[in-house]
Design a protein around this ligand. Structure first.
Ligand code: EPZ
Length: 416
């Protein structure tokens, strides 16, 4: 099992280009299943979750070929409709194949995703609204067996703006005659990116990015070539790292508007940022403590809560962060405390007394974004910090050690 040895404290310098967004490409890859025409996707990031999704598509009969800067897909002859437990248990996003398989084949057998480190992660909002579209379900021995003789357009008010449910319902509806309307839809940039991809393929989706999305059924799709948006969570992770190490770093390859609220919050904290079309230039900044509450987009993203907490440990004074999306997303806290941070938890709130020096210690990754927070903290901890179980990082950060070293960090990946 790999671990990272990170020398701190360190300064960073230079430019880092983020990869294409994991949380955009995962639903886009699932959407490949709805089309019988050739598809080319450019610059897929080399991440564990992406590789898992590619394996899942191949198991369903999709022919996949790798080329220099794109990957081609041929889903004209699907050979199955089942996403097995072996694959789904490693990646919850496998549930995204439910909608596309129902749209294309009228049936799907997908393993229940099960919980993960950050929470139980139910799919009740997905199932309840697919049922409204006319899908019949049977849940048995951990699988959702679903079929649909004829899906019918209808009005789908979501009880919560679930990202995955919004994406599954969009994909399930693209061939349904008439207008399917999703209300209280999630508004994340990855939702708009999926809609842009589906529309490029010939679908008719309006309103993505707002709370009301209208899907008008189409009959035919066309061949398409597409590239997903830059990874806004990866970008913000590097921006936080630059602020923590009091460095000057240019983070490029994404749309800063996709983390607009985060950048506004950082500026209110005193961050010295230059914001361009597709980059953020971070300069040395003196930051003030802050109070953060995670919320659905366009609020502060839950996927940056752990990394923001690492930043807070560096800021003298009392900061506060409230996690309102997932029920168990503070597993980075005891690990940050091992590095010397002073953090008290109360329910879904964390109180951080920042400005204390951090000291190297062995720490353990528990989930993807918690792992990123530990890497950031290690950059400013005195000595060599050992970050264990880094396979969590490989799920969502492409070449993190190489990118950090290209900025002057001292990160070694070793096999333990
Ligand atoms: C997506 O997960 C992201 N994953 C998550 O990123 C992200 O944290 C999350 O959206 C919120 O932004 C991908 O896009 C692959 P949700 P998803 O459905 O779709 C509850 C990362 O680090 N809920 O919006 O699962 C759920 O339990 C990952 O890259 C239900 O109760 O998120 C959670 O508390 C982690 N019933 C909340 O809603 C449902 O049917 C948000 O979930 C669905 C969700």
């Amino acid at each position: 099992m790999d671990k990272l040895l990170i020398e701190g404290p360190t300064n960073l310098n230079g430019t880092v280009k983020v990869s294409r967004a994991k949380n955009a490409y995962l639903p886009i890859l699932a959407a490949v299943l709805v089309s019988d025409k050739p598809i080319k996707l450019k610059n897929l990031p080399d991440l564990r979750d992406i590789r898992t999704m590619l394996r899942l598509l191949q198991n369903l009969g999709v022919k996949i070929d790798d080329h220099e800067d794109h990957t081609s897909f041929d889903a004209s002859q699907l050979t199955g409709h089942e996403a097995t437990y072996e694959l789904v248990k490693t990646m919850r996003a496998s549930i995204f194949v439910l909608g596309p398989l129902l749209a294309r084949l009228g049936k799907a057998k997908v393993s229940l995703p099960g919980g993960c480190a950050i929470g139980t992660r139910p799919i009740d909002i997905h199932l309840k609204n697919l049922e409204k579209l006319g899908v019949e379900f049977e849940i048995s021995s951990g699988y959702v067996e679903s079929k649909s003789s004829n899906l019918k357009a209808c009005h789908l008010p979501l009880s919560f703006p679930s990202v995955g449910a919004t994406e599954n319902l969009m994909m399930a509806s693209i061939f349904i005659d008439g207008e399917t309307i999703i209300e209280n839809a999630a508004r994340e940039p990855e939702i708009s990116d999926l809609a842009d991809f589906l529309n490029a393929m010939g679908a008719s989706i309006n309103g993505a990015g707002t709370s009301k999305i209208t899907i008008t059924g189409v009959k035919e799709l066309n061949a398409v070539e597409y590239e997903a948006i830059g990874d806004r969570i990866e970008a913000a992770t590097y921006i936080f790292g630059a602020l923590m190490t009091e460095s000057e770093v240019k983070v490029e390859g994404m749309n800063p508007k996709h983390i607009g609220f985060v950048l506004d919050t950082l500026k209110d904290m005193g961050a010295n940022l230059e914001i361009g079309e597709d980059f953020v230039l971070v300069r040395r900044s003196k930051l003030k403590p802050v109070k953060i509450k995670t919320a659905p987009y366009p609020g502060f993203p839950t996927d940056l809560q752990a990394q923001m907490m690492a930043l807070m440990t560096k800021i003298p004074g009392n900061s506060y962060i409230e996690e309102n999306i997932f029920e168990n997303r503070f597993m980075h806290v005891p690990e940050l405390v091992r590095l010397g941070a002073k953090i008290n938890l109360s329910g879904n709130s964390a109180f951080v007394e920042g400005g204390r020096p951090l000291k190297a210690a062995p720490v353990m990754c528990t989930d993807l974004r918690a792992s990123a927070a530990l890497v950031l903290a290690a950059l400013v901890s005195e000595g060599e910090t050992e970050v264990r179980r880094v396979y969590h990082l490989d799920r969502g950060y492409e070449k993190l050690d190489q990118k950090l070293n290209s900025l002057g960090a001292k990160v070694k990946k070793v096999n333990e």
